[in-house]
Design a protein around this ligand. Structure first.
Ligand code: IMP
Length: 415
């Protein structure tokens, strides 16, 4: 395959950054297709740990061209700061991506006072709202200083927030002028790359259960992390995408508010949070911990057309005395196998569990699948059968080397 999507199948934080990094060595281009600096990808390389929020995780590979796609919302300050440790990286930015301006963060915080979604307060929702309301500013506004100042001041006035667009532009003028040659029409750039048989990785942020259309609405982000977001947002025909690697954690986590049917409320949640450092990369908030939820995963696999799966953090399962997997929900006395559309209904479902044998061994140094304990392999096979998608990678630790490859996505034939 030459064009692959990497998509989180839960509520984000599945380890997409690590898997992007694993696949990056054979990628020519890596395109982030949605979201903004609400994302947090931790990538470990040699003795360095990088927390990336806006740049694709492939940026640490000098041969990769990193692209911020048109479906993104971009906070310039984050972008300019995050670029600094990568002077040799080639970073292109869509001229159609929208800007997050400082007042978007104010609006986000204000809305949270009453709405309580538990957003990252990065201004994501308000920037996307302006986009959909046909009043936002795109990256291309930066091409002309006067035009930017007029547009940004007008938008701030519309929101009745004081903002000095001249001061804002002046603060970043040097970096903006340096960025201008790297502002591109992503659709055209990709079209040329595809014709030259380049390999392209589309890197999602967040996860399908946070998708504005298919997630646990309204407790979602304001973009489309699922695969269907890619063609429309980057400007590419859907049939050009050849495969989608869905990333799932061996258990579940969620940050922010919203229903989480398999949430664990015992000491085990605390134990897992500490062992696996389950704290948000962007906000530092403790992540809520739960058992694997096959109902939401089947939903995510279906809406995203997932062809392959990577299971991450399998090593953490050795903390559990019994491996519980949710196989159905009970809602008002009825057994259901789908995610209810209304948040009220979803918050009332009771999970029905299967219990599988656990393994207590440390598997973090295992590099060959066959060397995994039988119970670990049984869990992997159970997931594969339930989701009807091939397991391609199993991750047993945060480092690149702690990845067991069962199939190399790039070598799968699907032309
Ligand atoms: P927003 O994207 O900041 O508007 O937040 C909306 C919801 O998405 C909140 O529940 C956030 O906690 C969640 N969220 C946003 N980005 C991430 C992420 O990268 N990982 C996990 N959750 C996220």
């Amino acid at each position: 395959m030459k064009r692959i999507a990497i998509v989180g199948l839960q509520w984000g934080d599945e380890g997409k950054g690590k898997m992007t990094d694993v696949l990056a060595k054979e990628a020519d281009l890596i395109v982030r297709y949605q979201g903004g600096d609400n994302a947090g990808h931790t990538v470990k390389f040699e003795s360095y740990t990088y927390d990336l929020h806006i740049l694709p995780s492939g940026v640490i590979h000098p041969h990769v061209i990193s692209i911020l796609g048109p479906g993104m919302v971009i906070n310039l300050e984050t972008l300019f700061n995050e670029k600094k440790p990568f002077p040799d990286a080639t970073i292109k930015v869509s001229n159609r991506a929208h800007l997050i301006l400082p007042f978007h963060k104010i609006l986000d915080a204000k809305k949270e006072e009453t709405q309580h979604i538990g957003t990252t307060k990065k201004g994501i929702g308000p920037s996307y709202s302006d986009k959909i309301n046909r009043q936002g500013l795109r990256v291309s506004s930066l091409l002309n200083k006067e035009r930017f100042i007029t547009e940004a001041n007008a938008l701030a006035a519309l929101h009745e927030i004081e903002f000095d667009a001249t001061a804002y532009y002046n603060q970043f003028e040097k970096e903006i002028l340096a960025l201008i040659p790297h502002m591109i029409d992503v659709s055209k750039y990709l079209d040329d790359a595809i014709k030259e048989h380049k390999t392209v990785l589309f890197e999602g942020a967040q996860g399908v259960m946070l998708d504005i259309a298919h997630g646990t609405y309204p407790y979602v982000t304001s973009s489309s992390p699922s695969v269907s977001g890619i063609p429309s947002q980057v400007g590419m025909a859907p049939w050009l995408l050849q495969g989608a690697l869905g990333i799932i954690k061996a258990y579940s986590t969620r940050v922010g508010e919203g229903p989480f049917p398999t949430e664990i409320h015992t000491e085990l949640a605390h134990q897992i949070r500490e062992v696996a450092h389950e704290y948000g990369v962007t906000t530092g908030r403790p992540r809520r911990i739960g058992y694997l939820d096959l109902i939401s995963l089947k939903h995510a696999v279906r809406v995203s057309g997932i062809t392959h799966i990577a299971i991450t953090l399998l090593d953490v399962m050795s903390e559990m005395d019994a491996i519980k997997v949710c196989t159905a929900y009970e809602l008002d006395g009825h057994i259901i196998d789908e995610v209810p559309a209304h948040i009220d209904d979803l918050s009332r479902v009771k999970p029905i569990y299967d219990t599988l044998p656990s393994f207590k061994e440390d598997i973090s140094q295992i590099t060959n699948y066959h060397d995994l304990p039988e119970a670990a392999k049984a869990y992997v096979t159970y997931i594969e059968n339930a989701l009807q998608a091939k397991i391609a990678y199993v991750s047993v630790g945060p480092k690149r080397e702690q990845t067991i490859q069962l199939e190399n996505m790039w070598e799968v034939s699907r032309d």
